[in-house]
Structure formats: structure tokens, C-alpha cells
Design a protein. Structure first.
Length: 283
């Protein structure tokens, strides 16, 4: 059985030592970029490799990009090969933020043509709550060969987004917290507000009180309310830098609403160009 959206802690534990399974720890903190790697060294799921959002899952920031530009897919393919990922591998990704960072690698792998990748439901916290094994032993991956088949139709550039919004061809969903979307607070980026015509759905709404994803039927009903009869292929997700937006994209896939896309540069790229319009709650 292939896992393509979510995998439970019990299911992962039952397959933990299969040679064709590769696990990634994606823990990260925007406030302290060393925190994720430090947490990994203190204890991780056995066999897990550490994938750093800045070092492995993003390109260097430039004056015209957002905070987490898409990685060079050729370079990421080589890194995945070194980590032991092949095109037939079952990949599992996790973090300690409800999937907020793990979702980035989930989405990247799918864009590279690898669909057998799943986010660990509940992440590290739920794994430990189930008293499942944790280790400090670092894995010694045997290199594999990962062939990349990037699908550039999975994401939009800023120009493509502007044109699609102008033509009323898409629903744009912003995954940031309401206070940031409304422009009332902006702790990270230099400009507050949101892209005009965007609607807000904080990614945290996809989770229950235990940090597990809501049932597929519930997610489907909630997203269909936002879509207003639009097909999923006309949905574009964004956030601050193209990371947590993947959480909403994952939630739609879980709900059976396949085909939505990502505005990869997101808010931090949008505001680099001062000619682009900005909306706030007051406006």
C-alpha cells in the first residue's frame, strides 16, 4: 500500500524498518533557524534524516524573491539520492508543528513526480504520546538514484498570479494567521496586509485539538464553502513564503479536492514589488 497524503503513527511504526521506506524530520523554527536541527540531534524517529527548510528545501534568498524560494530541483534530486531516496521509495515526513514544515517537502516531492510521500499525522508530539521509539543515533543512508520529473504547472509566478486574479480565474487562499492577513500585525515581513481578492484560511483550522488532521469529509465541506463551486484546479494557495500554504494544499488532497496549486513566492515575494497592490482589513 502506498501512502500519498497522511500516515498514522501506528502505520509508520509497523513499517519503520522496511528498507524501501525513507523518513525525514523537517522540524524548523522561523524564530531560531538552528532549533530544528538541535531538536533532531536530541531525539528523532529511528532512521529519520534531517531536512532543513533553509539549507535543503529552499534556494538562497535574493532581492527579488520571497523568504523561501523554491529549491534547485536538480540539486535537491542529488541530495535525495544521497539520503537514499529512489523513485520507488515510500517517503514519510514529519515535524513538530502540525505538518506546517513537513508539508513543504511533501509538496516538493509531488512536484518532482514522486507521489508516494505522506505526512505523519500528529507529528513528533503524537508519536511520542504513543510512546513509540525515539533515538539519537544518526542514520547512515545508502545512496540511491532519484530521478526528478518536475511539473512546473504545480506553482504560479507572481505575474501568473496577477493575471489570473485580474481575469477572475482563480480562488486565492492565504494560510496565514488572521491578524497577519488583515494587516493588524506583521511580525515577519516588512509590509502588512494581503493580496487583494484573497480569502483567509489559517492552516491551523485543518487540525483538531490533538494536532491531527480533521476527517476528510469535514475538510471537504469547509473548503467547498471557500471555493463557491469553483473546481479545485482553480484554487491557488499562498502564505508568507510558500511553506505553510502547502498545509492547505495537503488538506484539500486529503479531502479529495485534488489539483490546487501554490503561489510559491507568496506574501514575502509579492511585497518586493512596490507596484503590486496590498489590501488590509481597514481598506
Amino acid at each position: 500500500m502506498a501512502y500519498t497524503t497522511l500516515i498514522s503513527a501506528t502505520e509508520l511504526a509497523a513499517n519503520l524498518h522496511k528498507p524501501d521506506w525513507v523518513i525525514f524530520d523537517c522540524r524548523f523554527s522561523l524564530a531560531d533557524t538552528t532549533a530544528g536541527a538541535a531538536a533532531y540531534r536530541r531525539g528523532h524517529i529511528p532512521g529519520a534524516r534531517y531536512a532543513d527548510l533553509n539549507l535543503h528545501l529552499s534556494s538562497p534568498v535574493k532581492s527579488y524573491t520571497g523568504r523561501h524560494p523554491l529549491p534547485d530541483f536538480s540539486g535537491l534530486s542529488k541530495q535525495l539520492s544521497a539520503w537514499g531516496v529512489g523513485n520507488r521509495s515510500q517517503v514519510v515526513v514529519y515535524d513538530d508543528a502540525g505538518g506546517a514544515f513537513a508539508g513543504r517537502l511533501w509538496w516538493l516531492l509531488r512536484c518532482m513526480g514522486h507521489t508516494d510521500v505522506a505526512v505523519l499525522d500528529g507529528g513528533m508530539q503524537y508519536w511520542q504520546k504513543q510512546t513509540l521509539p525515539v533515538t539519537t543515533v544518526l542514520p547512515k543512508p545508502v545512496s540511491n538514484h532519484f530521478r526528478c520529473y518536475p511539473d512546473q504547472k504545480q506553482w504560479l509566478s507572481a505575474t501568473e498570479l496577477e493575471n489570473a486574479l485580474a481575469g477572475n480565474r482563480i480562488v486565492l487562499i492565504d494560510a496565514r494567521a488572521p491578524e497577519r492577513f488583515q494587516g493588524r500585525q506583521e511580525p515577519i515581513d516588512p509590509v502588512a496586509g494581503h493580496v487583494p481578492k484573497a480569502v483567509n484560511r489559517p492552516f491551523q483550522l485543518n487540525l483538531d485539538k490533538q494536532g491531527l488532521f480533521l476527517p476528510a469529509t469535514q475538510l471537504k465541506n469547509q473548503f467547498q464553502t471557500l471555493l463557491r463551486s469553483r473546481p479545485p484546479a482553480e484554487v491557488v494557495h499562498m502564505c508568507g513564503s510558500g511553506v505553510t500554504a502547502c498545509h492547505n494544499l495537503l488538506a484539500m488532497e486529503i479531502a479529495g479536492l485534488s489539483g490546487s496549486k501554490l503561489y510559491a513566492g507568496s506574501w514575502s515575494e509579492w511585497i518586493v514589488n512596490k507596484n503590486r497592490s496590498v489590501a488590509t482589513e481597514a481598506a
